[in-house]
Ligand binder design. Structure first.
Ligand code: HEM
Length: 115
């Protein structure tokens, strides 16, 4: 059975959910949505992590590759952003830019693998 496409699908779907709900929190950090957003982004971040490491294992890519470590930092930042959006709503503009940059860097690492 070919398992890689399932991991890829899970990776992309959880990425879409994580970024969509993070940008939603940044656009409208309403306290009444906080619990739900934190749950959804938390689960999506976990699935993104699991599918990422699943692909590393399936493709026998070393965990300590430079591009993987950079992606890990991007993942950490993205996973934390929704929480920060509710705590520091005055920084939403900057945080949105940070979210975009972290996403761009993580995707750049996949396709260029500079290290
Ligand atoms: C825990 C952190 C992460 C790990 C370990 C990880 C690992 C991986 C691996 C191993 C691949 C497959 C590369 C290949 O083709 O061999 C991949 C693909 C990809 N990752 Fe991640 N990733 C992580 C987080 C992220 C984040 C935060 C993003 C975007 C913000 C992201 C976006 C993508 C995209 C767009 C692909 C291409 C889809 C594909 O080729 O299947 N990843 N990732």
């Amino acid at each position: 059975m070919e398992r890689l496409p399932y991991y890829q699908l899970l990776h992309i779907l959880s990425l879409v959910v994580l970024t969509a709900h993070t940008f939603m929190a940044l656009a409208n950090p309403a306290p009444e949505n906080r619990r739900r957003t934190m749950m959804i982004t938390g689960i999506a971040a976990l699935l993104l992590f699991v599918s990422g490491f699943g692909m590393l294992a399936l493709n026998k890519i070393p965990y300590a590759s430079g591009w993987v470590i950079v992606k890990l930092f991007c993942w950490l930042g993205l996973a934390a952003l929704a929480g920060v959006a509710y705590r520091k709503p005055q920084l939403r503009g900057t945080l949105s830019l940070v979210a975009l940059l972290l996403t761009a860097v993580a995707i750049f690492m996949v396709y260029f693998r500079p290290f």
